[in-house]
Write a protein that binds this ligand. Structure first.
Ligand SMILES: Cc1cc2nc3c(=O)[nH]c(=O)nc-3n(C[C@H](O)[C@H](O)[C@H](O)COP(=O)(O)OP(=O)(O)OC[C@H]3O[C@@H](n4cnc5c(N)ncnc54)[C@H](O)[C@@H]3O)c2cc1C
Length: 788
C-alpha cells in the first residue's frame, strides 16, 4: 500500500485462519491450483472454479480453499463454503443474529426476499478497486470490512508490483451476469435521493444502506422549476429524455455490447449516471466520476465499471446527458491520425450542433452557409422594442430539453408562458368560459375518437384530418342530438386553426392516421417558454470557434469518389464526409444536384414528407392596449367569423419582456388562410391584422403600430417552408428514411429528419448530434479497419 493512501489493505479483521487465507486470495494461482489437498469443484454448470475459495471467512471452521460438503456459487469467481453458510443459517450459531437483523431490515424496506445468498452478496463479498497509478491500473481486492467509499476509489494506489489476479478477467466478459446467482447492490449511490419513492433493491440499491432509504432533500431544488427530471414517476407515461427508474425501455434492449443479463444492476448503473448528470448539468459527466460513485461489493463492480463507457456514450449521443455547451474531455477526442474533412451544408441549428460536436471531438469541420447570416429558420430581429423571433421563438416542454439546458448553462433568459388564454370572437365578445371548456373538451374528444378509429386502419385507408374530424363531429351531433350554437362551431374552428398552426399545414392535407405520429414516442414535458433574447443567442454560442463560410451556396455534391466534391457559387471544396442540413422544401426543389442521384428511397421520402408553411406578423404598439381584456395572460385567441379565416391571426402572443409601456404582439397565419395574404404587401397584411385587432377590442382606439414585421419564409430561397408535416398517406418512417446516410458519405440532419421531435429547434439540434456521432463512429471504424 502506498504511503499516501490510508485505504485498508487486504488485511482485514479476521480469525487467524481467515487472515492466512486473505493473503492467498490475492494469489490467483491458488484459485485453480492442482494441489494435493482434498478439494471440491463448484458444481454449478459452466462454473470454471475447480478449487473455489470461500470469500466469507466467517468462522474458524471456514473451508478456505479446501474441501467443503458444498460450495455456494455467487459468481464464477465468488463462492462461499458450507461451513460459513451454516454459521449464519443455523439458529444456534453465532452468525444467526447478524443474519436475522439484516433480514429484518431488508424485509421491512426492501422488495426482494432476503435470502442468505443475498446476505452474503450484500455483506460478505470483498471490495474491488482499481489502482489509480498511471502505470498500474490493476484491479485489487480489499477485505470485506474495508471502509470503501468514493474518496478511497478516487485515491487508491496499491503500491504493488504483482500482475494482479486472474479472477478479474472473469467479469470482463459481458455475459458475466448470466452466471451470477445473487449480485450485490449499490451503496451510497447518488441516485438514492432521486428514487425515494422506490424500493431500493427494485432499482439496484442496497437496502442495508440507510442512505438508500427514506426521504431526502430534493436534489433538483437548485434548478429552475421543471428544468430537469431524470426519471419519470411511476404510473406516468415516459417524458422525453427521462427513464422509468425500475424499467428497461425498449430501445435499451437493443444496446449492443452492454450486459443486460442482470436487469436490476443495469438499472442501477443507468440510474446512477442519470442522477449524477442531473446533479450537475454544467459539467461533462465522465467515466471516472461515475466509477468513483459506483460502490458495491464483489467482482460485479468490475463488470459495472466496464459497462460505463458504452452506456455513457449511448446516453450522451441520444441527448440524455452531457447536453449543451460543455467541454468534452480530451480523453474522448478522436485520434489526430484521423485527418478527414467533414463539410456541413447549412448553418442552421442542426448544422451548427453537428459542427460544434465534431469540432470539439477533434474533427476538421467546415460549415458552408448560403446566407449572409447563421441560424436559418432561427432569425431574431431587435428592430422592435424587444427581441422578436421571425422563425422559432417558443420552446414547448422545457423539462430535460437540451435547448433549455443550454439556456441555463449560458444564463440566457427564458419566460414561462402562462397556459391560460381568453378567447374573443370577431365582435370582441369574450367567449363564455363554460362554452370554451365544453368545446375544448369536445375537440379533444373528437381527436380521441379518431385515434380509436385509426387503430385498425392501414395506410391505404388514410384520409385527411379535416374531413375525418367533421365526419366524427357530425356523427356525434346526430347520435347525441346535442345542439351546437354558431358560437360553439366558431370556437371549434378556432381549435382547428390552432392545430393547423401546430401542423404547419391545412388539415385538408394532413394525415388523419399519422398527423401526431411522434406522440407514440416520449415527448418533452414541462412548461412552454419564450426565449426572451431569442434562439439566436443559442446559435451564437454553438458557432463559436467553428470554421464558417457565409454567402456560400452549395449547388452540387459529387459523392461518386472516395473524396467528395462540393460545388458552391464561389468555389469547389473537397471532403470525406458531407452533412446536408438544408430544409426539406429545398431538397424537393433539388436546389442541390447530387451525383450520383440520391437513392430511390431517399427521393421518395423527400417527395412524400410535407413541407409546411407558416408566416408571422409582429406589431409594436406604444401602449399595451390589450391588457384591459387579457389580464396577465401571455396570449389571447381570436375566434374566426368564418371557416376560411381560422388560420388568420388566430392567436396573439404578447411577447413583451421589457418593462417599458411599449408592447409587442406576435401572431401567425397558417393553413388555407395563407391564401388570404399571399398577394398582399406587408403594409396590407398589417392593416388586415389591425382590422382584426379592432374587431377584438371594439371599445378601444387601436393605435397604429410604431413598428412591424411580416415574414416570408415560403418565398425565402434558403428556407421555402416553415416545418415538416405528415401528409395524407404517409407515416413516421419517412423521417427515418430522411435521416439515413447515403453510402456512409452523405449524411442528413435537420428538423425533417427527426422522427421523435420533428418541426422544432430541439429536434433539429438533436438530429445534428445524431449525425455527428454517426460520422465519428464511421471515421473511427475506418481507421480501425485500416489498422487491422
Ligand atoms: C415561422 C416559424 C416559426 C417557428 N416556430 C418555432 C418555435 O416556436 N419553436 C420551435 O422549436 N421551432 C419553431 N420553428 C421551427 C424551427 O425554426 C426549425 O425546426 C429549425 O430552426 C430548423 O433548423 P434546421 O437546422 O433543420 O434548418 P434551417 O434552420 O433551415 O437551417 C438550414 C440552413 O441551410 C442553409 N441553406 C439552405 N440551402 C443551402 C445551400 N444550398 N447551401 C448552403 N446553405 C444552404 C439555410 O440558409 C439555413 O441556414 C418555426 C419555424 C418557422 C419558419
Amino acid at each position: 500500500m502506498a504511503a499516501d493512501n490510508s485505504a485498508p489493505t487486504t488485511e482485514g479483521k479476521r480469525s487467524a485462519r481467515g487472515k492466512k487465507r486473505s493473503s492467498k486470495l490475492l494469489d490467483d494461482k491458488e484459485d485453480y491450483d492442482d494441489s494435493k489437498r482434498p478439494r471440491r469443484a463448484c458444481e454449478r454448470s459452466q462454473c470454471p472454479a475447480k478449487v473455489p475459495i470461500c470469500f466469507a471467512g466467517a468462522t474458524d471452521r471456514c473451508a478456505g480453499s479446501s474441501w467443503t460438503s458444498r460450495w455456494y456459487h455467487i459468481s464464477p469467481g465468488e463462492h462461499f463454503c458450507n461451513e460459513c453458510f451454516d454459521h449464519y443459517y443455523r439458529a444456534h450459531k453465532d452468525g444467526y443474529t447478524i443474519f436475522s437483523d439484516w433480514k429484518r431490515i431488508w424485509s421491512t424496506h426492501g422488495k426482494n426476499e432476503p435470502k442468505l445468498m443475498l446476505f452474503f452478496a450484500d455483506q460478505m463479498l470483498p471490495y474491488w478497486v482499481q489502482c489509480t497509478a498511471k502505470d498500474c491500473k490493476k484491479w485489487r481486492q480489499l477485505s470485506k470490512d474495508a471502509k470503501f467509499d468514493t474518496e478511497l476509489v478516487q485515491r487508491f494506489k496499491c503500491g504493488m508490483s504483482s500482475s494482479g489476479v486472474k479472477r478479474v478477467d472473469l467479469p470482463m466478459n459481458r455475459r458475466w451476469y448470466s452466471q451470477v446467482t445473487s449480485a450485490p447492490y449499490l451503496w451510497n449511490s447518488p441516485s438514492a435521493t432521486f428514487l425515494t419513492g422506490y424500493y431500493p433493491d427494485g432499482v439496484g440499491l442496497s437496502v442495508s444502506d440507510p442512505s438508500n432509504r427514506g426521504a431526502q432533500e430534493d436534489p433538483l431544488a437548485k434548478y429552475p422549476k421543471g428544468l430537469i427530471q431524470p426519471f419519470t414517476n411511476d404510473g406516468e407515461s415516459r417524458s422525453a429524455l427521462s427513464f422509468h427508474p425500475d424499467f428497461i425501455e425498449t430501445e435499451e434492449n437493443y444496446l449492443p455490447h452492454l450486459s443486460l443479463d442482470n436487469p436490476t444492476l443495469y438499472l442501477a448503473l443507468r440510474n446512477l449516471i442519470m442522477s449524477l448528470w442531473a446533479d450537475n448539468i454544467k459539467e461533462w459527466l465522465t467515466v471516472e466520476k461515475c466509477s468513483y460513485n459506483l460502490l458495491c461489493r464483489g467482482l460485479t463492480r468490475i463488470r459495472m465499471v466496464e459497462d460505463l463507457p458504452l452506456l455513457l456514450q449511448y446516453l450522451t449521443c441520444n441527448g440524455f446527458i452531457n447536453s449543451g455547451l460543455l467541454t468534452i474531455p480530451s480523453s474522448l477526442h478522436i485520434s489526430s491520425d484521423i485527418q478527414k474533412d467533414v463539410i456541413i451544408i447549412g448553418g442552421g441549428i442542426s448544422g451548427l450542433s453537428a459542427a460544434r460536436y465534431l469540432h470539439d471531438m477533434g474533427v476538421k469541420v467546415k460549415v458552408l452557409e448560403g446566407r449572409d447570416r447563421l441560424g436559418g429558420r432561427i432569425h431574431d430581429t431587435h428592430q422592435l422594442v424587444d427581441c422578436v423571433g421571425q422563425g422559432a421563438q417558443l420552446l414547448i416542454g422545457q423539462t430535460n430539453n437540451p435547448i433549455s439546458i443550454i439556456a441555463y448553462q449560458a444564463g440566457l433568459g427564458t419566460k414561462v408562458i402562462k397556459e391560460h388564454c381568453n378567447l374573443m370572437d370577431h365582435r370582441g365578445k369574450l367567449v363564455d368560459p363554460l362554452v370554451d371548456r365544453r368545446i375544448d373538451f369536445h375537440f379533444n374528444a373528437m381527436l380521441d375518437v379518431i385515434a380509436e378509429w385509426r387503430q385498425t386502419k392501414e395506410l391505404s385507408h388514410d384520409i385527411n384530418l379535416l374531413d375525418k374530424f367533421f365526419e366524427m363531429h357530425e356523427q356525434f351531433k346526430e347520435e347525441s342530438q346535442l345542439p351546437f350554437t354558431e358560437e360553439e362551431e366558431q370556437v371549434l374552428q378556432f381549435h382547428l386553426g390552432n392545430l393547423e398552426y401546430a401542423c404547419g399545414a391545412s388539415l385538408s392535407k394532413v394525415s388523419a392516421l399519422n398527423w401526431d405520429h411522434n406522440e407514440s414516442l416520449p415527448q418533452f414535458s414541462g412548461d412552454a417558454v419564450l426565449m426572451k433574447d431569442g434562439y439566436s443567442q443559442v446559435v451564437k454560442r454553438m458557432s463559436e470557434n467553428i470554421d464558417l463560410c457565409l454567402n456560400t451556396q452549395v449547388l452540387g455534391i459529387d459523392y461518386s469518389d472516395d473524396v467528395i466534391t462540393v460545388k458552391t457559387t464561389d468555389k469547389t471544396y473537397t471532403a470525406h464526409k458531407v452533412l446536408v442540413t438544408v430544409p426539406l422544401a429545398l431538397l424537393k426543389k433539388q436546389t442541390i444536384q447530387f451525383t450520383p442521384p440520391l437513392p430511390e428511397k431517399k427521393l421518395q421520402a423527400i417527395t412524400s414528407l410535407g413541407a409546411g408553411s407558416l408566416e408571422k406578423v409582429a406589431l409594436q404598439f406604444n401602449k399595451k392596449f390589450w391588457k384591459s381584456k387579457t389580464d396577465e395572460d401571455d396570449f389571447f385567441g381570436h375566434v374566426p367569423a368564418e371557416e376560411k379565416q381560422r388560420g388568420l391571426f388566430n392567436v396573439f402572443y404578447d411577447i413583451s419582456t421589457s418593462t417599458s409601456d411599449s408592447g409587442i404582439l406576435v401572431t401567425n397565419v397558417s393553413g388555407e388562410a395563407l391564401n388570404l395574404i399571399k398577394d398582399k404587401t406587408d403594409k396590407e397584411v398589417v392593416n388586415l391584422c389591425l382590422y382584426t385587432l379592432k374587431s377584438l377590442f371594439p371599445a378601444q382606439t387601436i393605435p397604429d403600430p410604431v413598428n412591424y414585421l411580416v415574414t416570408h419564409w415560403d418565398s425565402d430561397p434558403f428556407a421555402g417552408m416553415a416545418y415538416s408535416y405528415m401528409p395524407v398517406g404517409s407515416d413516421g418512417s419517412l423521417y427515418d428514411d430522411m435521416a439515413k446516410d447515403v453510402n456512409d458519405k452523405v449524411y442528413f440532419a435537420g428538423e425533417a429528419t427527426n422522427k421523435q421531435f420533428p418541426q422544432s429547434v430541439t429536434g433539429a439540434y438533436l438530429s445534428g448530434l445524431r449525425e455527428a456521432n454517426k460520422i465519428i463512429l464511421s471515421l473511427t471504424s475506418e481507421i480501425t479497419q485500416v489498422d487491422t
